[in-house]
Design a protein around this ligand. Structure first.
Ligand code: ATP
Length: 323
């Protein structure tokens, strides 16, 4: 009997990471309440959630630093708390720069390669590959302490990938870096995805998650309450509606606030920016602007835009969207 040929479209790569029913508590206080998460090669997954949601606990479980009270964590099919091979399949980039400041970029990467048991014969090639993938080759012989913030972040990533992990975990990879440096880090993360690495990142920067992630997951009180491809989630939650944003040029008093609320507007994270969702965004924005001007509340600007991941996140955090 001959086997049927399998269409390449039907071949789904085996998961790099499988978390199934993970439950964990600290001293009886739940931190994870049943988390399921599957990551395959070549995808970027952004783990989102407010402080205390359980992100760090989940990452500790994936890295084998804690064993969940219940459930299963497998990295390339192996239990990271028991099997060293599972741990060597992952790389962790901590939020803080964890490099030797007096050593050069290349010396740091060599040091981390030795710690990760990269064979001596393949060491030079592994270091060059890590430098290339993180676009730090031009700074290879510069001590870390003399690098810009963006290069330090990328060198931090280089140290975590020198042993060629299948799963790379980044904790807030661009917190506190300027826009140019952030874009350079984002490009490195995309490049790693393109060579087949599965990337799991935590971020509070929803615009970054929107731009970078193939899938996002919202963790809330130890549960993944929403998960999916960013634009599909936004489309599902908001349909055709657009966000109308009213930008006020000045701080407002209680009477103005009541007026804005009566118009169905809600305050955003900035006190002078208010927003609402509208099916016919542009026409509604025109009508709204006229009414506000008549009420003596002349907006500096009214913008109409597609709802963002930040908007969705606000709804989830405020429990206005059923999970
Ligand atoms: P953040 O964004 O602030 O880092 P997080 O989403 O990473 O938050 P965790 O650090 O996983 O959240 O915390 C989840 C819950 O577990 C919180 O209520 C936290 O107070 C608690 N917790 C975390 N680590 C410990 C610990 N070592 N001992 C006791 N409680 C802990």
């Amino acid at each position: 009997m001959t086997a049927e040929p399998v269409s390449p479209d039907l071949v789904v790569a085996a998961p790099v990471l499988t978390v199934s029913g993970a439950v964990h508590a600290y001293g009886g206080k739940p931190a994870l309440r049943g988390v399921d998460l599957v990551l395959r090669p070549g995808e970027i997954y952004a783990l989102l959630g407010p402080n205390g949601a359980g992100k760090t606990t989940l990452i500790r479980a994936i890295c084998g630093r804690i064993r969940p009270d219940q459930g299963v964590v497998l990295v390339k099919g192996l239990d990271p708390t028991r099997v060293a091979g599972a741990r060597s399949g992952l790389g962790l980039v901590p939020q803080e720069i964890a490099l030797y400041p007096n050593l050069t970029v290349a010396e740091n990467i060599q040091t981390f390669a030795a710690l990760a048991d990269v064979p001596r014969a393949g060491l030079a090639a592994a270091v060059t590959r890590a430098l290339e993938l993180t676009r730090t080759l031009d700074r290879a012989h510069v001590p870390i302490k003399h690098l810009s913030g963006g290069y330090k972040r990328r060198a931090n990533i280089a140290a975590a990938i020198v042993h060629q992990p299948s799963l790379l975990i980044l904790d807030e990879p661009t917190v506190g870096v300027d826009l140019d440096a952030r874009e350079a880090v984002d490009a490195v993360i995309r490049g790693l995805r393109d060579v087949g690495v599965a990337v799991l990142m935590t971020t509070h920067d929803l615009d970054q998650a929107d731009a970078l992630a193939d899938r996002v997951g919202f963790l809330s009180e130890g549960r993944l309450v929403l998960e999916g491809e960013p634009h599909a989630l936004i489309a599902e939650a908001f349909g055709e509606r657009m966000e109308v944003q009213v930008h006020l040029g000045h701080e407002i008093d209680a009477a103005d606030e009541a007026r804005l609320i009566a118009e169905g507007l809600e305050r955003t994270s900035r006190s002078t920016v208010w927003a609402r969702l509208e099916a016919d965004g542009y026409a509604a924005a025109g009508r709204l602007g006229r009414r506000l001007r008549e009420a003596g509340l002349t907006p500096r600007e009214i913008r109409v835009r597609e709802p963002s991941l930040a908007h969705l996140f606000t709804l989830v955090a405020d429990r206005k969207l059923a999970a």
